[in-house]
Design a protein around this ligand. Structure first.
Ligand code: A3P
Length: 297
């Protein structure tokens, strides 16, 4: 190993501003919250593993009139700054990338609503929140934390599920995350998009996103974007499938980033008892809101 090569290790998770964050993010949280976007910037927010990259690829294509050549010039992580990210994943920290890129930019974040820099709301930046049912999300996040060797150690599936269900972990409780954006969506003009709706009818959802962005693209372009962003086509796209992350960071022998891309995969991971307990806790935690999540299509 060369002298300069960083020794990789799993990050610890710590509490910052009331939210559990990876230590590298927590230690920089004041600078992150102080970030000033441009009014033309577009924020894409999500709880991890909710279809963020899928949304980023769609939006990048929409903003480039469906031109795949332009969107394949660089890996997704270089096209879209990840607001709070440090250099943990081997790329430039989000805030440094933002300093070097001129607006308008697409900016990715997993921060819960209360930690979003207030400049996004003061500048009335467009914001898309993409979300996914809790059961598929926790399965995907568990697999991801296993394969991402820089992420906090997820431990056993049972322990992980219990923690997700009852108290939440990285980026805070899932329930609070989805509720935070849901409650603010009208006041802040946030487009709230469900992964399951995208799986059900991608053309309809891409059209909805296009309208939100005040774009008017032809049916041919929309159909091309739908085709370019199917699971199989994105899985084959080296600029969108995260094979650009070194194997020492994403151990693809454990799972790939583009893993399954399905609604209802949780059934292959939850035992009937785990599912029943999850449903009971879910009902209590979500009782005051009616967010139309679907765990199957
Ligand atoms: P699975 O682990 O269930 O396969 P994020 O980008 O927020 O990290 O979300 C990752 C999840 O979205 C993974 O879910 C991944 O496979 C899925 N995904 C990515 N691109 C997709 C696409 N084009 N269609 C469907 N699912 C997609």
């Amino acid at each position: 190993m060369s002298e300069n090569k960083k020794v990789l290790h799993r990050a610890t998770a710590v509490m910052a501003k009331g939210i559990v964050l990876s230590v590298d993010i927590a230690s920089n949280i004041d600078a992150i919250c102080a970030f000033r976007p441009d009014p033309s910037d577009l924020l894409i927010a999500s709880y991890p593993k909710s279809g963020t990259s899928w949304m980023l690829e769609i939006v990048d294509l929409l903003l480039h009139n469906g031109d795949a050549k332009i969107c394949r010039q660089a890996p997704l992580s270089m096209r879209v700054p990840f607001l709070e990210m440090s250099d943990r994943l081997g790329s430039q920290p989000g805030l440094d990338m933002l300093k070097e890129m001129d607006p308008p930019r697409i900016i990715k974040t997993h921060l819960p609503f209360q930690l979003i820099p207030s400049g996004f709301w003061e500048n009335k930046c467009k914001t898309i929140y993409v979300t996914r049912n809790a059961k598929d999300t926790v399965v995907s996040f568990y697999q991801f934390q296993q394969m991402n060797l820089t992420s906090a150690d997820p431990g056993s599936w049972e322990g992980y599920l219990q923690r997700f269900m009852h108290e939440g972990w990285l980026y805070g409780p899932w329930y609070d995350h989805v509720k935070g954006y849901w409650e603010e969506r009208k006041k802040r003009n946030i487009l709230y998009v469900f992964y399951e709706d995208m799986k059900e009818n991608l053309c309809r959802e891409v059209t909805r996103i296009m309208r939100y962005l005040d774009l008017s693209l032809s049916d041919d372009v929309i159909n091309r974007i739908v085709d370019l962003t199917t699971f199989d086509n994105m899985k084959d796209n080296p600029m969108a499938n995260y094979t650009f992350v070194p194997k020492e960071i994403f151990d693809t022998s454990i799972a790939s980033y583009m893993r399954k891309g399905e609604v209802g995969d949780w059934k292959n991971h939850f035992t009937p008892q785990q599912s029943a307990e999850f449903d009971k806790v879910y009902e209590t935690k979500m009782k005051e809101v009616n967010i139309p999540f679907r765990t199957e299509l």
